[in-house]
Design a protein. Structure first.
Length: 448
């Protein structure tokens, strides 16, 4: 290629730079192509990755801490860091209204402020530097959105590091860019580039130090039932804890027994067609959430009972009742409560007894209930708690109190004949095969 050809090409290139491109159709066409690519990418993410499972939003849950969507986390963190500065911390409207308003206004007016036809990056050093620091700051603020500004021990080190990385360094960099552009003018490109690199390195360094020093508190992992079978099992577990005491494990109790304050109370058979066919799911959920004071049923929704159920949990209970007792619904396969015992097999607490206790006993035998102080929420409690702890469970002793009462033999005072402990469960006897599991477990020495 000759020098003359190069000159012609460069001259044509310069003319094209000055001419630019038309908004219609050139720019719009390019934007449409990019938008289509992003749309296809989002469709693929939704199809093959999906959304993380989480419980339904519950407005009655006061422990829930609302968080913005990920694309607003940088602004969320900016507002938190702004409050760290004593001079400005009390003037909230500056951070919530003034600064975002100025930023949006500058972006809106930018085409009218900057009318330079230059497109070569060296001629656009200051705008590129400002945008680089701004985008980097948004990314770093998003990364530290979950890091508190005050540590658990009260230390403000984490907050100070984040304030320097997210506010102070970018602000100083912006001031330096403007000063260099107006003082150094044509010679400002190199200085702005070095300042940008230094500011970016400081921001990344302080953010890395923040993430390295942050020790997140352990968070309990909550498993969300996703399949219908899992939801039925979750509902049955919740029903066993909150409902069995009054309604029985099969929902067929007509008269409450063994519940203080409700002894002899007549109630509806909730597993009957009269109830299931006439009450829809929404009404059933409302009954559980709000209770029926005239029938002695307390509310179980968190809005009225701090220890109650969330909306998702209430829905699981309704699902269990519907697919277990309503003959119009066909339940999927659900594994048995415990593995069937083979001939001569020794049952254990973890495999056989614990799921049975959870299903039939825990509704009454947990803290806060009238149960002779006999708790059954763990292996140790099963063996050591209760007013009659020395008699409740005795290794290889068929006269253990627990074995007698689940076989519908009440414990009486030998001298007076007064009933000390009634049969368990009080509403309906356990199935013979379940009683057999308990008997064989005690005979084997109650293995864990």
């Amino acid at each position: 290629m000759t020098d003359e050809t190069k000159k012609k090409i460069n001259a044509k290139y310069e003319r094209e730079l000055l001419h630019g491109e038309r908004f219609w159709p050139d720019s719009l066409f390019k934007d449409a192509i990019v938008a289509l690519g992003i749309f296809i990418f989002l469709v693929l993410l939704a199809t093959f990755v999906g959304v993380h499972d989480s419980p339904k939003a519950d407005p009655s849950d006061t422990s829930y801490v609302p968080r913005p969507e990920w694309y607003f986390l940088f602004l969320f963190k900016f507002l938190a860091l702004y409050g760290q500065i004593p001079v400005f911390g009390k003037i909230e409207w500056v951070a919530t209204v003034l600064i975002p308003g100025i930023a949006i206004g500058l972006l809106t007016l930018l085409p009218f402020i900057d009318k330079s036809p230059q497109r070569y990056y060296a001629k656009r050093a200051m705008p590129i530097a400002i945008m680089t620091i701004m985008v980097l700051g948004m990314v770093l603020l998003t990364m530290t959105a979950d890091v508190p500004t005050v540590a658990a021990d009260g230390s403000g080190l984490l907050g100070n590091l984040q304030t320097v990385a997210g506010l102070i360094v970018p602000s100083l960099a912006y001031i330096a860019f403007v000063g260099m552009a107006y003082t150094l003018k044509e010679n400002a490109v190199r200085a702005i580039a070095w300042t940008t690199a230094l500011a970016a390195a400081l921001m990344i360094g302080f953010t890395a130090a923040t993430l390295a020093l942050y020790q997140p508190a352990a968070v309990a992992v909550i498993e969300i039932p996703t399949t219908l079978a899992d939801q039925i099992v979750a509902g049955q577990d919740l029903y066993s804890v909150h409902c069995v005491e009054c309604h029985g494990d099969d929902g067929k109790v007509e008269e409450i027994t063994g519940v203080e304050g409700l002894e002899g109370k007549k109630i509806s058979i909730i597993s009957s067609k009269d109830v299931l066919y006439t009450v829809n799911d929404a009404s059933m959920a409302e009954i559980i959430a709000y209770g029926r004071p005239d029938s002695g049923m307390n509310p179980f929704g968190k809005a009225y009972n701090p220890e109650g159920l969330t909306r998702s949990e209430i829905d699981y209970v309704v699902t269990f009742m519907r697919y277990t007792w309503d003959d119009r619904f066909e339940a999927p396969y659900i594994a048995p409560l415990y593995p069937p015992l083979a001939e001569g097999e020794v049952p254990s607490y973890s495999v056989h007894i614990e799921p049975i206790v959870k299903r039939y006993c825990i509704s009454c035998h947990r803290p806060g209930k009238d149960n002779n102080n006999y708790l059954m929420t763990s292996y140790e409690e099963l063996l050591t708690t209760g007013d009659n702890a020395s008699h409740n469970l005795i290794s290889n002793d068929p006269t253990s109190y627990l074995l007698q009462v689940i076989q519908q033999i009440p414990i009486t005072d030998p001298a007076s004949g007064e009933e000390l402990i009634g049969v368990m469960p009080p509403n309906k006897a356990l199935k013979p095969e379940i009683v057999e599991v308990f008997v064989r477990w005690v005979q084997a020495g109650m293995p864990k």
